[in-house]
Each structure stands twice: as structure tokens, then as C-alpha cells.
Design a protein around this ligand. Structure first.
Ligand SMILES: NC(=O)c1ccc[n+]([C@@H]2O[C@H](COP(=O)([O-])OP(=O)(O)OC[C@H]3O[C@@H](n4cnc5c(N)ncnc54)[C@H](OP(=O)(O)O)[C@@H]3O)[C@@H](O)[C@H]2O)c1
Length: 211
């Protein structure tokens, strides 16, 4: 079998039964990213504390629900308008990144899942448990200076969608009534508009192009 066909076969799975097709289309990249970070890298478990940076985004909104399902205490950073949205997803502590400094509020956390990068990534090291804390970022490569300074393990997450992860994700979605939030849909010829909205519109969850 040709290599590309084999790879395509390995990246498909049955859609979750409890999601409609739009929601299912929005799930794979963000769902697998949250799964890889929290289940595979951090190995989040009951009573651990995790801070999700960017909780109202595509990845963050799934990560909050997954972390709660794993039994963790979940803090998250969002903008003022998104506070209620993430509370409804189950976040225990919601921090408004526009008006508050998260490092003044959370301390001694087991893990940070960073989907924001930059200054937020660097400041995240301060809230982790020295010696055992871990930060996983979808955007930042591990910074050895910060790792040594704070005694923290840092990992860059490269999301890889495959059948095994999609299947486990779909089972979890179906068993736990998980929400995939679609902020807005656009037709394919409105793709440029969708990109502008992604940059400027502060969507909650995902945008979907309909074909
Ligand atoms: N490495 C990989 O394989 C991989 C895979 C998937 C995604 N990614 C990357 O990961 C990032 C996140 O993906 P996504 O799909 O979740 O993006 P997204 O839907 O755009 O979400 C990002 C969220 O971060 C929030 N945010 C911005 N600045 C913030 C701050 N200072 N503090 C807290 N939250 C802040 C945004 O909220 P506002 O509305 O307030 O702006 C938005 O809700 C993207 O940059 C994407 O390119 C990487």
C-alpha cells in the first residue's frame, strides 16, 4: 500500500456518537492536543493541580473538561468576557488575564498546560512545584535556563492525530457528555473572513468551515 494511503488510514476513526458532524470536524486537532498534554505527558490524576493557559480557546476548552474528568483541580486564564464560559466547562478557578496576574493567585501547581506562549509561558514556571512540576506548551520549545532555574520539566507538544488517540478521545467524549464549542461557521469561500475572525474576534472554542 502506498505510504500516504497508509498514513491517511491511520488518522481516521469513527466519530463520537454524541457529537454532530460540525462538532466532530472541530474536535481532532484540539482534542488530541489536550489528550497528549494531560494524559500522555503530564499524566494528570486525581487531586493534582493544573493551570490551563488560554482556557477559552479550541484546545483550552477541551483541556479544562478533560482535566476535570481526570479528577484534577483546574485553574485557567481567560479574558473578562470568557469567565462564565469556562466556569460552565468546569474550571475551579478562573483568572482574568486582562486584569490579574496568575502568578499572584496560584502557587505550587503540579502542571501548566500552555497554549498562549511568550511572557505567559515564562511566568508560568513561577507557579509550579520546584523539583516535580511540569509545563507542556503547544508553542514554546523547552527553555533550559528556566528549567534549571525553577527545577521544572518542560515539554514542547507536537500534536499527532492518529487512530488510537481519536478512538480513545471519542470514547471519552461519548461517556462524559463533553462539549465541543463551535463559536461560528463560515462557508469555504469565506475562509479569509474566518482567519480574520480567528485573529480579531476572540472566538470561544472553534470555528468551522462548511463545504
Ligand atoms: N504544537 C502543535 O502541534 C500545535 C497543535 C495545535 C495548536 N497549536 C497552537 O497552539 C495554540 C493554541 O491553539 P488553539 O487552537 O487553542 O488556539 P485558539 O483557539 O486561538 O486559543 C487561544 C486562546 O488563548 C487566549 N489568550 C490569548 N492571550 C492570552 C493570555 N495572555 N492569557 C491567557 N489566554 C490568552 C485567547 O483568548 P482571547 O480571546 O482573549 O484572545 C484564546 O482563547 C495556537 O497558537 C496554535 O497554533 C500547536
Amino acid at each position: 500500500m502506498q505510504n500516504w494511503l497508509w498514513q491517511a488510514k491511520d488518522s481516521i476513526a469513527h466519530k463520537p456518537k454524541t457529537l454532530n458532524y460540525l462538532e466532530a470536524a472541530a474536535l481532532p486537532l484540539v482534542g488530541v492536543s489536550a489528550w497528549q498534554a494531560l494524559v500522555e505527558h503530564i499524566r494528570l490524576s486525581k487531586d493534582k493541580k493544573v493551570l490551563v493557559q488560554g482556557g477559552a480557546g479550541g484546545i483550552g476548552s477541551i483541556a479544562i473538561q478533560l482535566a476535570k474528568h481526570l479528577g484534577a483541580f483546574v485553574a485557567t486564564t481567560v479574558s473578562t468576557d470568557d469567565k462564565q464560559f469556562v466556569q460552565e466547562l468546569g474550571a475551579d478557578q478562573v483568572i482574568d488575564y486582562k486584569t490579574e496576574n496568575f502568578e499572584d493567585i496560584v502557587h505550587d501547581y503540579d502542571a501548566v498546560f500552555d497554549t498562549v506562549s511568550g511572557d505567559t509561558y515564562k511566568r508560568s514556571f513561577k507557579v509550579l512545584k520546584k523539583g516535580s512540576g511540569m509545563i507542556v506548551s503547544t508553542l514554546e520549545q523547552p527553555n533550559s535556563e528556566l528549567m534549571n532555574q525553577y527545577g521544572i520539566k518542560a515539554v514542547f507538544l507536537f500534536s499527532q492525530v492518529n487512530r488510537q488517540r481519536l478512538t480513545r478521545l471519542a470514547e471519552w467524549i461519548d461517556q462524559n457528555n463533553i462539549r465541543v464549542n463551535i463559536d461560528k461557521t463560515f462557508s469555504l469561500d469565506e475562509a479569509a473572513k474566518a482567519l480574520d475572525y480567528q485573529k480579531e474576534g476572540h472566538p470561544r472554542g472553534k470555528l468551522v468551515l462548511t463545504i
